[in-house]
Design a protein around this ligand. Structure first.
Ligand code: PLP
Length: 354
């Protein structure tokens, strides 16, 4: 893509990169040198600018702080086998960001700002994109209502910001999840499909309680009746039952995960049967009893797949068999990693390389 937007750049005087131990990265520990900022006021976007990563100042009356008009995204840039940089499925993340913004009465961020700004930001901080297989530069675009005003109302001012940081290969140690039937994450007509801050704030307390009971995460169930599995933490939930890869269909209570979509597409390519349909808690329990469920996992940008070892249903823990190289989750994960690193043909045009 040709870069047409003029983005003012103010570089750091001293890069922080020398403090980073790329061999021992920790998720969220290091932030790259620069960030992208664009402000929206009076129905117009300012020209974006790239500046050194630093604290921001905010009025205590900024509407985002009180009424939750905040939206974020999470995506990754990878170092390919030939050294070039690939932002994986950037357009799909941009589309989802704008869908979330729409639900929160916030203005869409145009492509010239989101896509071109991001390309220039990553180009400038390209040395921060780690090379070790599986590691990546995590990208966090977000936006908040910046207008300072008392009283619940739609803000007239917003700030769009993007910063990045190198993250390691997440070691996918199998996790223990609890089917949550007391609290809910989303309800029909609500904001479950949007990546707005409130969805995550509301999930903390039930997740904390599940952790106290020895689980890593909760498996959310449908709000109306707690009878159908929806998703898990910051991941979509997938199961292999009788050899078919099954996941809940998209709806307004489920986030349209980029990893979910990628894995379903790859499974189709590989001839693995897939079904997007509701999975009931009852079906899952029966599938454990007759041993037809062989895999369960979360799918998301951070880990790609998070294998599930144990699922707690109404106080009883059910266990999955051990995973190996022939498990569907590993076949799909390895396929995706080969495409992202350029070792396998990108037939779906997911890579945004520069
Ligand atoms: C609630 C929720 N579900 C699923 C996902 C997985 O989506 P993706 O694969 O796009 O990271 C995320 C992470 O963004 C999430 O926050």
């Amino acid at each position: 893509m040709e870069i047409i937007t003029k983005i003012a750049v103010r570089k750091v005087l001293h890069s922080g990169i020398r403090e980073v131990d790329f061999e021992n990265l920790e998720f969220g520990k290091f932030i790259a040198d620069h960030m992208l900022i664009s402000d929206y006021n009076d129905n117009e976007w300012d020209l974006p600018r790239i500046v050194p990563y630093a604290d921001i100042s905010l009025s205590p009356a900024a509407l985002a702080l009180h009424y939750g008009q905040t939206v974020f995204e999470g995506m990754k840039a990878f170092r390919m086998a030939d050294g070039r940089i690939n932002i994986f499925r950037m357009e799909k993340h941009h589309e989802r960001f704008n869908r979330s913004l729409h639900r929160m009465c916030m203005p869409a961020v145009p492509e010239e700002i989101f896509v071109e700004g991001l390309m220039q930001l990553i180009q400038l901080d390209k040395d921060w994109v780690p090379g070790k297989e599986g590691s990546a530069l995590y990208i966090r675009p977000f936006m908040y209502a910046s207008e300072a005003k008392m009283g619940l109302q739609v803000s007239n001012g917003y700030r769009f910001l993007t910063f990045t940081g190198p993250v390691p290969t997440l070691y996918s140690k199998p996790i223990k999840v609890k089917v949550e039937t007391e609290y809910i994450r989303a309800a029909r007509g609500g904001t479950g499909f949007a990546k707005c801050g409130g969805n995550y704030g509301g999930a903390l307390y039930p997740t904390q309680k599940a952790k106290e009971q020895g689980y890593d995460q909760v498996l959310w169930t449908r709000g109306e009746d707690n009878k159908f599995i929806e998703e898990s933490g910051m991941m979509n939930a997938m199961f292999v039952i009788d050899g078919t890869l099954i996941t809940a269909p998209l709806s307004d209570t489920i986030l349209d995960g980029v990893t979910r979509d990628s894995l379903l597409t790859l499974a189709k390519d590989l001839g693995i049967p897939i079904e997007e349909r509701p999975v009931s808690v009852d079906e899952l329990r029966k599938a454990f009893i007759n041993r037809s469920v062989t895999e369960a996992f979360g799918a998301g940008t951070a880990a790609v797949v998070a294998p599930i070892q144990t699922i707690g249903i109404e106080g009883i823990d059910y266990h999955l068999p051990a995973y190996n190289d022939t498990s569907v989750l590993n076949i799909l994960k390895n396929n995706l990693e080969r495409i992202r690193s350029g070792r396998q043909e990108d037939t779906h045009h997911w890579n945004f390389i520069f």
